[in-house]
Design a protein around this ligand. Structure first.
Ligand code: FAD
Length: 486
C-alpha cells in the first residue's frame, strides 16, 4: 500500500529519541502539518545490537525529561506513548496496532543508531509507510562539511570555518499549537515502572538541587547564560570556581533545546556582530558539531584509538588507583574536587574534566576507554560523540588532539583555575579549612597547618597516589618508546 492510499484518519508516528522538545522539532512539526492524528512515542531501547545503553546518571535525567515532554504533549492534545525493547520490533508492533500511515524522526548519528534507522526506514518504507527523517540535532550534518577533496575534516579550525559559511540563515521549525490524538490511543508503559531513577541507595539526591530537566529548564538555562554569564565567557570559562559556562550540555544531549535555537538566541541577543565572548561560546557549540563529524566519519571513535600507534601503549594502572580516581581520593585536590562534583551532580566543569582525564591517562597510565566508560555512566550529559572525541583528545590518540607530551600538572592547574581554592573547598570539604597557600598540595603543608585545619594525611585526606614528577617522566618515556616503535 502506498502512503497516499492510507485513510485520512490513519495516524502518523513521531519517534522521539534525542529531541525531547516541542519547539524547533522538525519531525514533530512535519507530523502536525499533515493534519493526521499523531502518536508520539519514546522507546527505551537497550536491545538494538551495538547500542550504548543509556548510563545511570543519564537515566535519571531521562526520567524527568520524558515527564516534562509528556506534560507538554498532553497540553497540545496527545500524551507521549512509552514502550520498551528493540526499536525495530516495537515500531513494527505499533504500526500493526495503529495502521499508521507514516513515521517521522529526527536523525541520530551514533553508529548503532544509524544502522538501526536505515533498516527501519527501508522496512517500513517497503511496507507502504511514508518514512521521513530530519535534522533536529546539529547545525551542520557531517556529510555537508567536507574538505575541497571531499574528505572529512580532522582538524577543528578549518571544520568550523567551513561550517560557519553554511550558517548564514538558520531556520527554526514552528512549534505545533495543537496535536490531534487517535480516537483510541494505543497503551504504553508507565514511566515509573522503568525505574530510571536510583532508589537504594539514592545517589542522585544532589541532582535535583542542580538541574531542571526538560524544555523549560533548557530555555531558563540559556536565558540565564545570555543575561548573566556570556559577557565573561571568553576569559572566565576555564575558571572552575566561577559559574560562567552555560550548563546546557545535558539539555543539548537530550535535545530539549536545539543548537539552532541557541544559535538564533545568541544572534538575537546582541548586535549582528556577535561579541568575542559569544563567538567563543558558539565555537564550543562548534566542538560539539566537530565531535559528531568525527563520530559519523570514524564510527569506531568510542572503541578504537584513532591514531593506531597508540594500540601498543603500555597501559598499567591498578584497580586500586582506578577506584581512587573514581572516588575522588587521588591526593590531588583539583582532580578529586572534579570527580566528586561529577558524583554529586552528574556534571563536571570542562577544565577539570580535562585535568581529571589527563591524570587517569597519563599519571596513572590507565586506558582512556575506562575513563570514558566511567564518564558515560556518571555524566548527565553523557554523549557518545563528545565523550569519545574528548577522551581521545586528552589521550593524544584522537583527531586534532592535544599532543601526548602535554601533561597537565594537576597542582598548578588547580592554582591557575581555582586560585583561591573555592572549588576545592566546596567539593572536598575535609580540606575547607586549609589556607589557600596549601590547599592545592596538602601533603606539602607543615604539620601544624594541617592540624589547625583538621587535616590528617592518609586519614581524612590521602597523600598523592602517584608522585607528579615520577608519573610525568614515566608517561613521557612510554610515549617515546611508542614513537620509536612506530
Ligand atoms: P559550555 O562551555 O557552556 O559550552 C556550550 C556547549 O558546547 C556545551 O553544552 C556542549 O554541548 C558544547 N561543548 C563545550 N565544550 C565541548 C567540547 N570540548 N566538546 C564537545 N562539545 C563541547 N560534553 C558532553 O556534552 N558530553 C560528554 O559526554 C562529554 N564528555 C567529556 C569528556 C571529557 C574527558 C572532556 C574533557 C570533555 C567532555 N565534554 C563532554 C565536553 C565539555 O566538557 C562539556 O560539553 C561542557 O563541560 C559542558 O558544560 P557547559 O554546557 O556549561 O559548556
Amino acid at each position: 500500500m502506498s502512503a497516499a492510499t492510507h485513510p485520512s484518519d490513519a495516524p502518523i508516528i513521531v519517534w522521539f529519541r534525542q529531541d525531547l522538545r516541542i519547539a524547533d522539532n522538525p519531525a514533530l512539526a512535519h507530523a502536525a502539518q499533515t493534519g493526521r492524528p499523531v502518536i508520539p512515542v519514546f522507546i527505551l531501547d537497550d536491545e538494538t545490537p551495538g547500542v550504548w545503553k543509556t548510563g545511570s546518571a543519564s537515566r535519571w535525567w531521562l526520567h524527568y525529561s520524558l515527564k516534562s515532554l509528556n506534560d507538554n504533549l498532553t497540553r497540545l492534545g496527545t500524551p507521549l506513548l512509552l514502550r520498551r525493547g528493540n526499536s525495530a520490533v516495537i515500531l513494527d508492533q505499533l504500526v500493526a496496532e495503529t495502521r499508521a500511515a507514516g513515521i517521522v524522526w529526527n536523525r541520530c548519528y551514533e553508529p548503532f543508531a544509524r544502522d538501526r534507522d536505515a533498516i527501519i526506514k527501508s522496512e517500513l518504507g517497503n511496507a507502504g509507510l511514508d518514512v521521513k527523517s530530519f535534522n533536529g540535532s546539529l547545525l551542520v550534518e557531517p556529510w555537508t562539511v567536507q574538505t575541497k577533496s571531499d574528505a572529512p575534516y580532522r582538524v577543528f579550525t578549518p571544520f568550523w570555518r567551513e561550517a560557519r559559511t553554511q550558517l548564514t540563515d538558520v531556520a527554526l521549525a514552528a512549534a505545533p499549537r495543537h496535536l490531534t490524538a487517535m480516537e483510541s490511543s494505543p497503551s504504553g508503559d508507565c514511566l515509573n515502572d522503568w525505574a530510571l531513577r536510583p532508589s537504594q541507595p539514592n545517589w542522585a539526591e544532589g541532582f535535583s538541587e542542580t538541574w531542571e530537566p526538560g524544555e523549560l529548564g533548557a530555555h531558563a538555562a540559556l536565558e540565564h547564560f545570555l543575561e548573566r554569564r556570556v559577557k565573561d565567557y571568553a576569559e572566565g570559562r576555564d575558571r572552575a570556581d566561577l559559574n560562567i559556562t552555560s550548563t546546557l550540555s545535558p539539555h543539548l544531549h537530550w535535545g530539549e533545546i536545539s543548537p539552532a535555537q541557541i544559535w538564533t538566541a545568541v544572534h538575537a541577543s546582541g548586535d549582528e556582530d556577535v561579541s568575542r565572548d559569544a563567538q567563543k561560546f558558539l565555537s564550543e557549540i562548534g566542538w560539539r558539531e566537530f565531535s559528531y563529524n568525527l563520530l559519523f566519519h570514524f564510527p569506531t571513535f568510542p572503541t578504537d584509538n584513532h591514531q593506531v600507534r597508540f594500540d601498543d601503549f603500555p597501559w598499567q594502572g591498578t584497580e586500586t588507583q582506578f577506584k581512587a580516581w573514581t572516588r575522588g581520593r587521588t591526593g590531588y585536590p583539583f582532580v578529586d574536587a572534579g570527580m566528586r562534583q561529577l558524583w554529586k551532580t552528574g556534571w563536571m566543569h570542562n577544565r577539570v574534566r580535562m585535568v581529571a582525564a589527563s591524570f587517569l591517562i597519563k599519571h596513572l597510565m590507565i586506558d582512556w576507554r575506562r575513563g570514558q566508560d566511567w564518564f558515560w555512566d556518571t555524566l548527565v550529559d553523557a554523549d557518545l560523540a563528545s565523550n569519545s572525541a574528548s577522551w581521545q583528545w586528552v589521550a593524544g590518540s584522537g583527531a586534532d588532539a592535544a599532543p601526548y607530551f602535554r601533561i597537565f600538572n594537576p597542582t598548578t592547574q588547580g592554582e591557575k583555575f581555582d586560585p583561591k581554592g573555592a572549588y576545592i573547598r566546596k567539593w572536598v570539604p575535609e580540606l575547607a579549612k586549609l589556607p589557600t597557600k596549601w590547599i592545592h598540595a596538602p601533603h606539602t603543608a607543615p604539620a601544624e597547618v594541617l592540624a589547625a585545619a583538621n587535616v590528617s594525611l592518609d586519614q581524612t585526606y590521602p597523600r598523592p597516589i602517584v608522585d607528579h614528577k615520577h608519573a610525568r617522566d614515566r608517561a613521557l618515556s612510554a610515549f617515546k618508546n611508542l614513537k620509536a616503535a612506530a
